[in-house]
Write a protein that binds this ligand. Structure first.
Ligand code: MN
Length: 406
């Protein structure tokens, strides 16, 4: 085959894949726990720990993994080398600056992975702040840089993403020019990162709409979004962009990441799962893998899950309030948005304490095989109300109180 024929063939393959994804109605999850998540102070992962999380993400069914930044560290190269050949489901992508040697480093790190499972993700600051203070480059110089390096990457990878860093603070006309240049040069995905996490859902959605209007080449690429949580809106912003047609959402497990973190994978997945009617989109993540994935990530990164963390937190299926406990015993759905088994979580826990009522106390006594009657249950409930602040009523303490009131 001569080179131009091979290129045309390769181009048709890329376009067929993109077109299939664009029209499938499926939201693709791209996980960046191992890259943006690991950038979080204190969250360093050893290469073998990254492999463990990558395999858990594979079991969960994520579409692609932002596996690391080969040019930035040998440890990242080592982690990616461990994943090649072992993590087979998701596409593995490596982060690169718009520098040829970064693309070469990614090429070496991903050597041996099949062409349809390896990619690069190039980024370059485009906002006035980044152009002036970080790069010292004009708009024209940046467009040239994008064309040159994206073109270089496209000769070596079938999957090439380009993200204008600090996109949410970049002038819209220039942002669209950057995307157009990237797609013309061979980018198969264009990313929209809200690098400093300052957008609201309405503004995020507006950006996506305007990008789709301002980039006629958009049909030839997938649109990915990447939100940070500085205003606590990363998940809301991600969902708003899904509503507007974003194809790929980039998230991290437990929302770990730079500063206030990233959009949390498990939260976006669950919102999409429970509201498919609203979004008209599906996903391929196995929700039953989520809670174990959250715990594994907390354990290996050392970033403890807050008790109240949606999906993975220890309190998500626990309650101490009497009215809720009574409802949950009659039918768990009375006070839950979803059952624990849907996310692979622990069973519902009725915590006994000052706020507990008769039903939960009787239920626990029954479970422990302690004989009881209406009057003794009432006396126990009264005793619980007098307990010092923060007392945990475990089985031993309940047995003791039951013996005393009897
Ligand atoms: Mn980021």
């Amino acid at each position: 085959m001569d080179r131009t024929f091979r290129q045309r063939l390769e181009d048709r393959i890329r376009q067929a894949i993109i077109s299939r994804h664009r029209h499938s109605g499926v939201v693709l999850f791209s996980d960046t726990t191992l890259r943006d998540g690991e950038q979080m102070p204190g969250a360093t992962l050893e290469p073998h720990e990254k492999l463990q999380i990558a395999l858990a993400l594979e079991r969960a069914g994520v579409h692609s993994l932002d596996a690391g930044f080969p040019a930035s560290s040998e440890a990242d190269v080592e982690a990616i080398r461990l994943m090649v050949g072992r993590v087979r489901g998701p596409v593995l992508t490596a982060l690169c600056r718009t520098v040829r040697s970064d693309v070469d480093a990614a090429d070496r790190a991903l050597e041996g992975n099949p062409v349809h499972k390896r990619g690069v993700s190039l980024f370059c600051g485009t906002s006035p702040l980044h152009r002036t203070y970080k790069l010292g480059k004009s708009r024209t110089e940046i467009l040239k840089l994008i064309a040159e390096t994206v073109g270089y990457a496209a000769e070596r990878f079938r999957i090439v993403a380009f993200s204008p860093e600090d996109a949410s603070r970049t002038e819209l006309d220039f942002l669209c020019e950057c995307y157009r240049e990237a797609i013309r040069s061979g980018a198969t995905t264009i990313g929209f990162p809200d690098t400093v996490g300052l957008l609201t859902p309405e503004k995020a959605r507006d950006f996506i709409r305007r990008i789709q209007d301002g980039v006629p080449e958009i049909e030839r690429a997938l649109l990915a979004v990447h939100f940070h949580n500085d205003l606590g809106l990363a998940v809301a912003n991600t969902l708003a962009c899904i509503a507007e047609g974003a194809n790929v959402v980039q998230c991290t497990v437990n929302g770990i990441g730079e500063r206030a973190g990233n959009a949390s994978l498990e939260e976006v997945v669950m919102a999409l799962t429970l509201h498919q009617d609203q979004y008209g989109r599906t996903h391929r993540v196995d929700t039953r893998m989520l809670a174990p994935l959250c715990r594994l990530t907390a354990e290996l990164t050392g970033i403890v899950l807050p008790l109240m963390k949606p999906v993975g937190g220890a309190n998500i299926f626990a309650t101490e309030a009497g009215i809720h406990q009574d409802g949950l015993l009659k039918n768990p759905d009375t006070y839950l948005p979803f059952r624990p088994e849907l996310v692979g979580g622990d069973e519902i826990r009725l915590v006994l304490g000052r706020h507990s009522g008769r039903r939960a106390v009787a239920h626990r006594l029954q479970g422990l095989g302690i004989p009881h009657h209406d009057a003794s249950v009432s006396r126990i409930v009264e005793r619980l109300k007098l307990l010092p602040k923060g007392t945990v009523v475990d089985d031993a303490l309940l047995q003791q109180i039951a013996a005393e009131v009897h």
